[in-house]
Design a binder for this molecule. Structure first.
Ligand SMILES: [Zn+2]
Length: 400
């Protein structure tokens, strides 16, 4: 994820708490609008003109009522509801009750294996969009998911490098399970890494390599492990894993930002709308920063603000409570700018974000976009907890 706290916004030197909150709110609104306007300008006005026609035949529509994308033009109260959600930080601090007693052996999802994948991905080194590291990661993932029997597509496109204008080749990796199923859900994450650890407390390290163990590799590792049980998923609903490129091909220095967020997810959502495929995505879950060794998963305020996505938030957190994964905290967290915004806004796919933005813990110096975002600060147990909840959501809550 990205814009919700830029390094400038996070700076400790900007006023007292109240002033910081105001700054943050202002900066967030500005960044979000800038990101969307920028992307719109860059990729043209075809967002709103859906070309092609879909030969998608819907089944029993009533089954999907709970995740129905809402015609926002017909709504009158979204503005007020949205405004009420536009706080930017967790509404309360974590307590002892927000820590579960679960151990790896109690959890059916193999977190240790997911953690090994996380380390394998980190061992490649930086995976910036368009880099040799990204290509290596793509090869690794293609081989991995092919072996598991998935259908694989690299959705290729390109952008301009934010600093020198050169062409950067990009690709979203789409991993499809049971391609014949027309009703589908989306599990997704970004797989590019931030160009530099520009938040590092040590200025000398801010141009060094960024490994992105939590911010990048964690959700990749989780999906690599989850892929193993996908061939066995029964019912009429198929699952796609989508790995977005160029979530954060953004350079920040001294409060100045070059580049756009969410280029890959915007491209994916726009293509889905413009050239409707034979299938339909009914719901989506975005995973980001899910391996923090100190796990606190608040409900992202943006996910709550999309009327069609909100029920998914409630389903997931309710399920986590049933499983006693108490790290899914029943409280509002940050207002997170992430790939799910593109899916909701431009793709019409109700999608939530499961993200632990307090890395390692709320109110402390962050490891986010620093050289401390390494496997040692992540944990197999956290991956197990999140992977379990997501897998159970697929099994129990997605209509059969
Ligand atoms: Zn990031």
């Amino acid at each position: 994820m990205s814009a919700s706290r830029s390094s400038a916004v996070r700076s400790r030197s900007v006023g007292g708490p109240a002033q910081r909150a105001t700054w943050r709110l202002g900066a967030i609104s500005l960044l979000l609008v800038a990101a969307i306007v920028g992307l719109f300008a860059k990729y043209g006005a075809n967002v709103f003109s859906s070309g092609g026609s879909s030969d998608y035949q819907s089944g029993d529509e009533a089954v999907w009522e709970k995740w129905r994308p809402v015609d926002r033009s017909a709504e009158s109260d979204t503005g007020a509801e949205y405004a009420a959600l536009r706080e930017t930080k967790p509404e309360r601090r974590p307590t002892a009750n927000d820590r579960s007693d679960l151990e790896l052996k109690d959890i059916p999802f193999d977190g240790a294996a997911a953690y090994e994948y996380l380390k394998q991905v980190c061992a490649i080194g930086p995976r910036r969009s368009g880099s040799a590291g990204m290509r290596k990661q793509q090869e690794l993932l293609v081989a991995h998911f092919k072996k598991l029997g998935a259908k694989i597509e690299l959705q290729r496109f390109q952008t301009r490098h934010p600093l020198d204008g050169s062409v950067v080749p990009l690709a979203n990796l789409i991993v499809t399970w049971h391609p014949e199923r027309r009703e589908r859900v989306l599990l997704c994450c970004h797989y590019d890494t931030r160009p530099y650890p520009e938040n590092d407390p040590n200025p000398a390290k801010r141009k060094s390599d960024f490994i992105g163990a939590n911010d990048g590799a964690s959700s990749v590792g989780l999906l690599m492990q989850l892929g193993k049980s996908m061939p066995k998923v029964e019912g009429k609903v198929g699952v796609d894993f989508v790995f977005f490129d160029a979530e954060e091909l953004v350079y920040e220095e001294g409060g100045f930002k070059r580049g756009d967020y969410f280029i890959g997810s915007y491209w994916f959502a726009n293509e889905y709308k413009r050239k409707p495929p034979k299938h339909k995505y009914r719901a989506g879950i975005l995973l980001d920063m899910v391996a923090d060794a100190e796990l606190h998963l608040y409900k992202d305020r943006h996910s709550l603000a999309f009327p069609a996505a909100r029920p998914i938030v409630e389903e997931v957190w309710k399920l986590a409570a049933e499983l006693e994964v108490r790290e899914f905290i029943d409280a509002k967290g940050h207002l997170v700018q992430d790939d799910h915004l593109m899916l909701n806004e431009f793709g019409g796919i109700p999608t939530i974000d499961i993200i632990d933005f307090d890395y390692p813990r709320p109110g402390d110096e962050t490891y986010w976009h620093t050289t401390s975002d390494v496997p040692e600060n992540c944990s197999a147990l956290s991956l197990a907890k999140v992977g379990w909840v997501v897998e159970e959501w697929l099994k129990r809550t997605v209509p059969k």
